[in-house]
Design a binder for this molecule. Structure first.
Ligand SMILES: Nc1nc2c(c(=O)[nH]1)N[C@H]1C(S)=C(S)[C@@H](COP(=O)(O)O)O[C@H]1N2
Ligand SMILES: [Mo]
Length: 333
């Protein structure tokens, strides 16, 4: 404990830093007692298996138990609640849909690299008692972030598993004091023509907008994300804050938000404007309703060969299916 172990190069990636810290947090108690044993010269017992659920993490600074030379590269052992492994930081930040920068998923990261995300303000207004303009310091102070590991299923039939940092959208909306006539939420992305070259494309009705019904927005699964893998979001992921709605196709998870407005009527979205027969307002992940041009029954998980079956509501039916009781989801696609 008196000397910090040297960290091997292979552990300096954000992904491994994150996974190691996560393992330390999970095993903090055990780590401390093992370190104490080792310090007394006793043979440390075999490392205990990590408990399934992480206890409250107090051990950010707990020392690693292994000596540096016995360390192996951290394996990506973290999973989502279905047991699916996480995608890597590399994968998540180099394969992006963000049409304001490029329609080429593998070019977005590079083209967005210098997008200015600070200072940043987001306005929460419309049918609310307390219209507010927040800067990111306000957001960080008011809303404590937690980790949410979610699957992201793009309407194009690829998917990833992403460890987001964020807070429930419902907390932000509650702070605004929704009025009784507020039935929907409308989100809008930055319209930075100077730094977003994709805005020159006349194919789309910029700025990018999206919407949710109020009860969808208040569901605990819907979050505002400010980071992933324990780090602030990079521009390509929607820095400094973006929506994540894991039971809906990825295009609902609008990036780099500047405005959140509570409204009475169902708002339009960029994708509804672009192709209303292909992209509806609800856009719930649904293997039984195909896109007019391709099947939605299966998907390609980035990093895997072969295909996986697509799950209703992207596997979150238990939490959200009740929101659509009595609705025909083939009509309300
Ligand atoms: N403003 C904005 N938000 C956006 C998009 C976009 O082009 N512009 N693309 C959407 C689509 S289609 C998907 S699949 C997700 C992709 O998020 P990711 O790049 O973080 O994986 O972002 C969504 N949010
Ligand atoms: Mo998407």
């Amino acid at each position: 404990m008196n000397r910090l172990p040297k960290i091997p190069w292979y552990e300096i990636t954000p992904e491994n830093m994150y996974l190691n810290r996560r393992q330390l947090m999970v095993g903090a108690g055990a780590a401390l007692s093992l370190a104490a044993l080792a310090a007394c010269g006793a043979e440390p017992p075999a490392a205990p298996a990590a408990p399934a659920a992480a206890p409250a993490a107090a051990g950010e600074s707990a020392p690693p138990t292994a000596t540096p030379d016995s360390r192996e590269p951290a394996a990506s052992t973290a999973t989502d609640e279905l047991g699916d492994p996480l995608n890597s930081f590399e994968q998540i930040t180099n394969y992006n849909n963000f049409y304001e920068f490029s329609t080429d998923k593998e070019s977005v990261a590079k083209i967005a690299a210098n997008f200015p995300v600070s200072p940043w303000t987001v306005t929460v207004g419309g049918l609310v008692d307390n219209p507010t303009t927040y800067d990111m310091d306000d957001i960080r102070k008011m809303f404590e972030v937690e980790e949410r590991i979610y699957r992201l299923r793009c309407v194009e039939a690829w998917s990833m598993v992403i460890p987001w940092m964020g807070f429930p959208l419902g907390k932000l909306l509650a702070a605004a004091g929704p009025q009784s006539g507020a039935n929907y939420v409308r989100f809008q992305t930055a319209n930075d023509t100077e730094n977003m070259p994709g805005l020159r494309s006349a194919w789309y009705s910029w700025p990018y907008t999206e919407g949710l019904r109020m009860d969808e927005a208040m569901n605990d699964l819907a979050i505002i994300s400010t980071g992933l893998y324990g780090k602030d979001l990079l521009p390509q992921s929607g820095a400094p804050l973006r929506l994540v709605v894991p039971w809906k196709y990825g295009f609902k998870s609008i990036k780099s938000i500047v405005s959140i407005e509570l409204v009475a009527e169902q708002p339009n979205s960029l994708w509804m404007d672009a192709a209303p027969n292909e992209y509806g307002f609800y856009a719930n992940v649904n293997p039984d309703v195909n896109h007019p041009r391709w099947s939605q029954a299966s998907e390609r998980r980035i990093g895997e060969s072969g295909r996986r079956a697509t799950l209703p509501f992207n596997g979150y039916a238990e939490q959200v299916a009740h929101l659509y009781d009595g609705m025909d989801l083939s009509k309300n696609f």
